[in-house]
Structure formats: structure tokens, C-alpha cells
Design a protein around this ligand. Structure first.
Ligand SMILES: [Zn+2]
Ligand SMILES: [Zn+2]
Length: 310
């Protein structure tokens, strides 16, 4: 599992930071979170394959998070895609996508399924036996949702015990691991609960989108066992007033949420263009907070930064 930061800037792109987008590589698929303008070109500098994007998660409909969609979807169409893509997003995502698809006299040969997230309570929105995705309503100047990606692990097999109970080595062990009872050579039934141990903890990642700091989001991440939080930190703390006015977070705000969530790592993103060639205040604050917090590693995201999860 790997995260590739495709864009880490805020409202206006700079020479160093493109608009927001994050690619998560998992089990042969790409999960794309936000798609700011120029995302498809950023992708070209990485090993993210646009053709492997099956799900796109939009946090909100501000331009710096969606203006890459028309170009990306058209290019995927040019490359002959026929499999559907699902796009998740806040209310009005469906209308926005309809309008996007009208741009440029271009028709695509794949279906786009839009899933609008309306409820005020956090909930699970997608998943398979390998992963699940939750959304959380955030607090920004327009309807905004945060997302949580959680890996699901299968229970572990107590091999020694299975063999002691008479299960032969071979396909029956896999059947047990998949949750099915099996019959031994001497006719005894062995049930999964006799030989299965609790699953190892899967990887769990939270992504805030644009938001003011929400303590309850931190608590929600803790309840899911999140280890990594990607949180917006548009400003350093000396610009708390700018953050309040624009409904964004500061570095310290993001750290506070990470501490409530109990995550091991915090990656700060959505960094204001004002810091482009003068990051000193921002970096100094991160260094101080890293020194203050022994159990938390704070990282400033950069475009094309890759982060591997073990
Ligand atoms: Zn933004
Ligand atoms: Zn925004």
C-alpha cells in the first residue's frame, strides 16, 4: 500500500505545489482523493496509472479539488476505458459531474456512477472483503466530507491447533481460514472458531479535506484505529485569523486533531501559496511540535512525495 501526493497546495497553485490530489495504491487499484486542476499531468511523473482508478473521492466542490476531473476523465476515455468509475462527493456532485462531462465536445465510453453523501452522520460508504471506506461530514465554507480508508484483514489461522484437531495440510486449511467448517479424515467437524485467531490490525488512514479542526473527527478516527492522518494545514499558527476567516486549519490545529485520533503519523497538506518560497515559519512550527510530541511524527507533504505503509 502506497500513498502518492499528486498535489499539496491550496487555492492557487505555485511552481512547487499543484492543487489537491492524493493517490492511494492498494491491491492493484488506485483510489483517488480529490482531483485538482492538473492532476492528470502530475500523475505522469509518478507510477500511478490513471486506468487503474476505479473510485474517486471528492471532499468538496471548490475548484482546487475538482477542476482536474474534466481532463482526467477525458484522457481516460481517450485511452479506451470501458469499465465504470464511481465518484463520491458532497451534495451537488452529480450536477457538477454532468456539467463537467458537457465540456469539450467529448464523449466517453464508460459509465460514471455518482454517489452523493448527504447524511449528517459519519457512515461506511464502500467496501469489499479487503477494505472499507467511511465518510465524515467536515466543517468548511461549503459542504465538505472527510474520508477514512481502512484495510480489512482476514482472521489468522492457528495452524498448530488445526493440525492437532486432525485437519490435513492442504485446501481444507484455506476453507477454515475463509470461515467454513471442514471435516477431518476421521469424520470430526472442525469449526473456524476452533482454530482462528483475531485478525491483525489493517492499515487505517484518515483524510480531512478542507476544514476547521473538528475534535469529533479525531475521536472518530480513534474509534476506527487510524494510524495515519492526512490533515489540511493551510496556515502556520501565526495566521490563525486567516484560518478562521477562510474555514481552514493551522499546523497546530491539525496536530491537536492527530493527538485526539492517537495516530502515529500526521501528514500536513493543502499548504497556502504564501509559503511557496518562504516556508521558514511553517517548518519552524512543525519542528517545535515534532520536538514536543514524542508519540507523533509530523511530516509536511510535498508534490510527488510517496509514503509507504507497512
Ligand atoms: Zn482547497
Ligand atoms: Zn475549499
Amino acid at each position: 500500500m502506497k500513498i502518492v501526493f499528486l498535489g499539496t497546495g491550496a487555492a492557487v497553485p505555485t511552481k512547487n505545489r499543484n492543487h489537491s490530489s492524493i493517490g492511494l495504491k492498494f491491491d492493484g487499484e488506485i483510489f483517488l482523493f480529490d482531483c485538482g486542476e492538473g492532476t492528470q499531468r502530475q500523475i505522469l511523473y509518478t507510477d500511478v496509472s490513471p486506468m487503474k482508478i476505479n473510485n474517486i473521492f471528492i471532499t468538496h466542490l471548490h475548484g482546487d479539488h475538482i477542476l482536474g476531473l474534466p481532463g482526467l476523465l477525458q484522457s481516460i476515455g481517450f485511452n479506451g476505458r470501458t469499465e465504470p468509475i464511481t465518484i463520491y462527493g458532497p451534495p451537488e456532485t452529480e450536477e457538477t459531474i454532468e456539467n463537467i462531462l458537457k465540456i469539450g465536445y467529448h464523449s466517453i465510453n464508460f459509465n460514471i456512477r455518482v454517489c452523493e453523501l448527504h447524511t449528517e452522520k459519519p457512515m461506511k460508504i464502500a467496501g469489499t472483503e479487503k477494505y472499507e471506506i467511511y465518510y465524515y461530514p467536515m466543517n468548511h465554507s461549503v459542504p465538505t466530507v472527510g474520508y477514512v480508508f481502512r484495510e480489512k484483514k482476514k482472521p489468522q489461522l492457528n495452524l498448530k491447533k488445526a493440525i492437532e484437531l486432525g485437519v490435513e495440510v492442504g485446501p481444507k486449511l484455506k476453507r477454515l481460514k475463509d470461515g467454513n467448517p471442514v471435516k477431518t479424515k476421521d469424520g470430526k467437524i472442525v469449526y473456524p472458531e476452533d482454530v482462528l485467531l483475531p485478525p491483525k490490525k489493517g492499515i487505517c488512514i484518515g483524510y480531512s479535506g478542507d476544514t476547521t479542526p473538528l475534535k469529533d473527527f479525531g475521536k472518530f478516527l480513534k474509534s476506527l484505529g487510524c494510524r495515519l492522518l492526512i490533515h489540511e494545514a493551510t496556515f502556520d499558527s501565526s495566521r490563525k485569523n486567516n484560518a478562521l476567516e477562510t474555514m481552514h486549519s493551522t499546523v497546530r490545529d491539525a496536530v491537536n486533531i492527530a493527538k485526539i485520533a492517537g495516530v502515529e503519523e500526521l501528514i500536513l497538506t493543502h499548504i497556502s501559496a504564501r509559503y511557496d518560497d518562504k516556508m521558514d515559519d511553517y517548518i519552524n512550527e512543525v519542528n517545535i511540535l515534532n520536538a514536543e510530541n514524542d508519540n507523533l511524527n509530523i511530516i509536511i507533504a510535498e508534490d510527488f512525495m510517496e509514503y509507504s505503509l507497512k
